[in-house]
Design a protein around this ligand. Structure first.
Ligand code: TYM
Length: 342
């Protein structure tokens, strides 16, 4: 069975972009693939972080995975730092990662510019190597992510090929490796709609956890009145009627796409349904659709978080299963790279 892995950082709160670009798709993938979903807490310390908040956000993100429909009878859910092999493989991969590849990463450039030199640790630069480790450890076939992760996925593929070239091949086969290569070269799975959900206050910027204004995003745990207020105040335009794909109307395209994904209608159905609506009518419909969709998720979240032992059990089970796969990969890589066997 093909294997799928993905994760979300426990920084801030999970928003509609994370949900529509990633988590919602994981829920359908768990039925047809072997799936592993982790909370990438080690990535969350690549910018200055609040130590008090990290463990809370990690638990909350795990509970959100489950509340959104990740079913742990099908998928393994675990915390990245609970599987030591992530950091271990990262070090091995770092040795073969050219610094030039990391300097080119758009997210590194953007985040380091915003954070300022004093706040940029080495880990922000090597962040994509840890992400490659997260993926290659599990010999993943597919990685469902939003399109802001595409460049990191390309780097992961290049690293897999580089390691396979440097340490795979004939020598590796003799040691009993699979198919003459150390790592499977994974593919990004980017959804056709929802891969880049835009801000509610600016249709040209991505919806993001780090945007200073909370008005710019819908958080999965936002109460009803907050959702009503955010949609009421979100940016629109003064064109008559509503339409997809008009480059002069990024907000309109974004809100229609959100509506399409949340209601699980086709683009044609939404275009037809909404074309003659004014903003007031459409905003009402969008608000209702969001509340109807998020309400059961929020109720499940309350149930899950009311039982700490249940969540702990899920996470420790997930880490145990993940460690079995991850440890085997790391020990193969040590062997292929010529380390003395323990
Ligand atoms: P993170 O935590 O920033 O985002 C989690 C997932 O949400 C997607 N996403 C979006 N999709 C659509 N529209 C948006 N506005 C939007 N904002 C975020 C992201 O693309 C991502 O899929 N580096 C990753 C986490 C990571 C990871 C991994 C992912 C670490 N290791 C291994 C996959 C596999 C990140 O920071 O995602």
């Amino acid at each position: 069975m093909k294997r799928v892995v993905s994760g979300v950082q426990p920084t801030g709160t999970v928003h509609l972009g994370n949900y529509l670009g990633a988590i919602k798709n994981w829920v359908s993938l768990q039925n047809s693939y072997e799936t592993l979903f982790f909370i990438v807490d080690l990535h969350a310390i690549t910018l200055p972080h609040d130590a008090q908040e990290l463990s809370k956000a990690t638990r909350s993100t795990a509970a959100i995975y489950l509340a959104c429909g990740i079913d742990t009878t099908k998928a393994s859910v675990f915390v990245q730092s609970h599987v030591r092999a992530h950091v271990e493989l990262m070090w091995l991969l770092s040795s073969a990662t050219p610094i030039g590849w990391l300097n080119k990463m758009i997210q590194f450039k953007e985040k380091s510019r915003k954070a300022g030199d004093e706040n940029v640790g080495v880990a922000l630069l090597t962040y994509p190597v840890l992400m490659a480790s997260d993926i290659l450890l599990y010999q993943a076939d597919l990685v469902p992510v939003g399109n802001d992760q595409q460049q990191h996925l390309e780097l992961t593929r290049e690293l897999a090929e580089r390691l396979n070239y440097l340490y795979g091949g004939r020598k590796w086969k003799k040691l009993g490796g699979r198919g003459g290569s150390i790592f499977k070269v994974p593919e990004a799975l980017i959804p056709p709609v929802g891969a880049r959900v835009m801000s509610l206050t600016d249709g040209l910027s991505k919806m993001s956890k780090s945007a200073p204004s909370d008005q710019s995003r819908i958080n999965i745990l936002d109460p009803k009145d907050v959702i009503v207020n955010k949609i009421k105040r979100c940016k629109t335009d003064s064109f008559p009627s509503l339409e997809f794909d008009n480059p002069e109307r990024p907000e309109c395209n974004n809100l229609l796409s959100i509506y399409q994904l949340i209601t699980e209608k086709t683009k044609e159905e939404v275009a037809q349904e909404c074309q003659d609506m004014n903003w007031g009518t459409f905003k009402g419909k969008l608000t209702d659709a969001l509340i109807n969709h998020l309400d059961p998720i929020q109720q499940r979240y309350q149930e899950i978080t009311s039982d700490a032992a249940y969540l702990d059990g899920i996470l420790s089970d997930g880490a145990r299963k993940a460690s079995e796969i991850a440890d085997a990969t790391v020990s193969n890589v040590y062997q292929a790279m010529g380390f003395l066997k323990r």
